[in-house]
Design a protein around this ligand. Sequence first.
Ligand code: ZN
Length: 82
Amino acid sequence: MLRCPQCGSTDLYEELGGYGGFRYRCKQCGYTGSFVIESEEELPSPEAVVHEEGETHFTIPLWIKIVAVLFVLYLLLTLATL
Ligand SMILES: [Zn+2]
């Protein structure tokens, strides 16, 4: 599995270089060069990991707040009717 050194994407394709060798081009960020990262595992790209962490970090507390507010309102309503 080849990986782009700039953005970590695996969306690379080979193209013929200027000196008779191969070089790689990244579809994501446009990086062109002979240096690429070779990794055995198919790990998610760093960009995707950061995005995922940020999303869960923000959505989970909001969910808890909404559920807590609804639960308190429900309790108040049930206590008021008694
Ligand atoms: Zn890239």
